[in-house]
Design a protein around this ligand. Structure first.
Ligand code: SF4
Length: 454
């Protein structure tokens, strides 16, 4: 079937085929799940939230809880205020979360529901909180929705009168729980105590026990989100997911921020480690220096397999920029670099990276889709696909190795537990890439060239 994808590329402005993104509420829901005892709430129809929950569950292989305003025809015409009021009361009565995080959907945005006035008019129990944000899915992507939900928490909760305590907050970006664990491990090794917001570790990778727990022990505490207003600085990892919330916090509470790239690969991890060491006022810990040394050793050892291989990288903007930077460090060549999230800033950032490495003939595009990536590859093939599970059809049709990284990975297990950030994550990525290329070489070589020692 995919062999029927035509080689000739024609310009499309009003149609996406095989999108390289999903809708804003998916990101908003994921962000809200990174807050302790939070019930995400989708203000729209049940169909939307079923999709959002299913999408997250397929990636994390964990239940993603969320409630819905359950719009029917009446709410769609006359507004969803009564539905939201009933929902908030029922959720607090039955499920007893500490906070409900409400996001909109295409439907409630289109009819113009005003969440702010609805929530101001509600009676909310004294010890409970309702936060909200707007996530119209006809603009942006799940990454925009993630950023919007973080901004919503900050607008509703960060305390601008909190006494300045000089503390540090880290916004870890749209990454897996395994990445957040790795970021926290690097912070601990650096001697830096920080508020990590949000924190989906121990929520979306909670251990199996004999008992279902609706609110696992993970997640950023509400008091920590309130205390963000008293922090001395924010390290925001990934400009597309975290710069906007950091800016909202700065404007509200005068907390300066530093936007760093997601720490994927050597240079980006160096930047994070150096920033953490500077804030902690300590030298870079020996453990991290040694991990870096092991990573460089692996990169040198396997260089003949990486060198000059052409790669198509696709997925979320911060992740794709990190992956592109790392494959350049490995000596590989990006041939196509795309994201489904709109915004020309992505193109500017990737092109600047390519200039640093004197790379020419690489196609870079935001708001792109996998159909056009497939068409480009049909015309000029690559040696490797690096991105989400959605590339597997291209991989099969064109017989190209695929290394899965980013969000979502729906067709394999364990990815959300293991990091791609930090030096340890880069060792894992380099191993996955080398394995894919060497498996391919073993498969294609003549019998007499099949060597056991590489
Ligand atoms: S209608 Fe909008 S919010 Fe609902 S699933 Fe579709 S894109 Fe997402």
């Amino acid at each position: 079937m995919l062999d029927l994808t035509p080689k000739s590329v024609s310009e499309r402005s009003a149609l996406r085929i095989n999108p390289c993104k999903t809708c804003q509420p998916v990101g908003a829901l994921y962000a809200a799940l990174g807050v302790h005892r939070c019930m995400p709430h989708s203000h729209g129809s049940q169909g939307c939230v079923s999709y959002h929950r299913t999408f997250l569950t397929r990636h994390f292989k964990e239940p993603a809880i969320a409630a819905s305003s359950s719009f029917t025809e009446g709410a769609s015409v006359f507004g969803g205020g009564p539905n939201l009021r009933a929902a908030i009361k029922n959720i607090f009565d039955i499920y007893n979360p500490d906070v409900i995080a409400v996001h909109t959907t295409c439907l409630s945005e289109t009819i113009g529901d005003d969440l702010n006035s609805y929530i101001l008019d509600m009676s909310i129990p004294d010890d409970k909180v309702v936060v909200y944000t707007n996530t119209p899915s006809y603009v942006g992507s799940h990454v925009t929705g993630y950023a919007n939900m973080l901004s919503g928490f900050i607008r509703c909760l960060a305390d601008s009168r909190a006494a300045k305590n000089g503390g540090t907050a880290v916004f870890p970006g749209f990454v897996n729980p395994g990445d957040i664990r790795e970021i926290k491990r690097m912070l601990a090794l650096s001697g830096l105590s920080a508020i990590v917001f949000p924190d989906q570790s121990d929520v979306m990778d909670a251990p199996m026990t004999n008992t279902y727990v609706m609110y696992p022990r993970g997640g950023t505490r509400l008091d920590d989100i309130r205390a963000l207003g008293g922090c001395g600085r924010v390290l925001a990892l990934g400009g597309f997911a975290c710069a906007e919330p950091a800016d909202v916090l700065d404007k509200k509470c005068k907390v300066p921020y530093l936007v760093l790239p997601l720490p994927i690969g050597v240079a980006a991890t160096d930047s994070f480690v150096a920033a953490a060491a500077e804030v902690a006022g300590r030298p870079v810990p020996v453990e991290l220096e040694e991990e870096r040394g092991r990573l460089l050793d692996l990169m040198l050892d396997a260089n003949p397999y990486f060198y000059n291989k052409k790669v198509a990288v696709y997925g979320d903007p911060d992740t794709v920029i990190g992956l592109s930077s790392f494959i350049l460090e490995l000596g590989m060549r990006p041939g196509y670099v795309i994201t489904g999230t709109p915004g020309e800033e992505f193109v500017r950032r990737v092109e600047a990276l390519l200039r640093d490495y004197d790379v020419e003939n690489c196609t870079v595009k935001a708001a792109a889709d996998l159909f056009e990536l497939h068409q480009w590859i049909k015309n000029e093939p690559v040696d490797l696909l690096l991105g989400t599970s959605y590339g597997k059809q291209i991989a099969k049709a064109e017989d190209i190795p695929l290394v899965r990284a980013g969000f979502p990975v729906l067709d394999r297990y364990g990815h959300s537990y293991l990091p791609i950030v930090g030096y340890q994550g880069a060792i894992r990525l380099a191993k996955m890439i080398a394995d894919a290329l060497m498996d391919r070489q073993d498969r294609d070589c003549a019998d007499e060239d099949l060597d056991v020692v590489m």
